[in-house]
Design a protein around this ligand. Sequence first.
Ligand SMILES: [Zn+2]
Length: 406
Amino acid sequence: MITCDELRLKDKIDTFATFGALDNGGITRLSLSPAALAARDEFCKRCRTLGMEIKTDDMANIYATLKGDENLPAIMMGSHMDSVVQGGNYDGILGVLTALEAAETIVAERIPHRHPITVVVWTNEEGARFDPAMMSSGVIAGKFDKKLMLESKDKEGTTFGEALEASGYMGDIKNRLNRKDYMALVELHVEQGPVLEAEEKDIGIVEGVVGMVNYEFTFIGQADHAGTTPMKYRKDALFAAANVIRYLHDELDKLDSNLVYTTGRMNVSPNIHTIIPDYVKFTLDARHQDSKVINQVVEIIKSVPNEVDRCSVSCKELWSRKTVAFCEEFVDFVEKNTNEYGYSSMRMYSGPGHDAQFIADIIPTTMIFVPSQNGHSHCEKEFTPLENCFKGANVLLQTILDIDKK
Ligand SMILES: [Zn+2]
């Protein structure tokens, strides 16, 4: 079977690791920052060398295209190049670089293809500089209002719109994503979790992105003196919150073993060691592929009484998303190719969100996961061995070629 070039892929990974490089091996490459723009310049330079035509849309998403033999909609592959603060060298960028390597292999090996093949770079996936995450894929898929997005500000007060104008990457394509122009997207990404490595699998065949709910609980008690108020008179909002967290864990653990949930943020007020806390908020994030299980989670959340330990309790949904199922035919292609290369694999759902989940609403889409060492991601320790990156690139290449033939 045709394969990519492992050393050429290594060169790409090593080169792009220099854009925004930090002392400890990671990167900070915030969206449209000088480091991100330098990475974009290098990407475009390499694409032009391969004879690809480069276009950008009005959200600065980049589309680098190899002409096809026939006048047909293009097949897309790619991901994002921006990172979180002190992020790693694999999240997002590996999806771009394996796509670039697959395109380079098609050119070098003169592999005929009917459809144009486009390597795509999505702008501001992380949302680390401009909220929200997956901003530009969201705009072109009709999920976010562009005007609102342009007003999103970074910490310095620069708006996304200003950064976009200054980037030199704002193009004029304003047609929103449609099936006339594009017929498929395949996004390779690092797993960002420990499962593939623990199960000793080379490739994750991603069936979809799990649905989730995010709720916020608020507890109101009474702030009193820590030395004078007897325990039985207290309205301790933190104690009430702790009991509710315990209750939620006990009940949620009775549901499906694939359910994951997190109480990730807590605010305690007044947060002074001599005062009984009177105001506590915490969030509960829960994820599962089956909407029935998510509905059970919501029932458990709603079963929390509105008074606990003499404190009042309320909760509200901050946001939610439905499970996204990827194109079954493409998922099967990924599985077939993984088997034909002799790589080990497992089917799985993505816990994190990805650009592909928005695109999947408009055009047939799938994802390929490769292992993350020790499950680390969004940190400088993020690492995927070259061998795994190479295997992922091969499966990506062959999947694109299969889609081209259909
Ligand atoms: Zn990512």
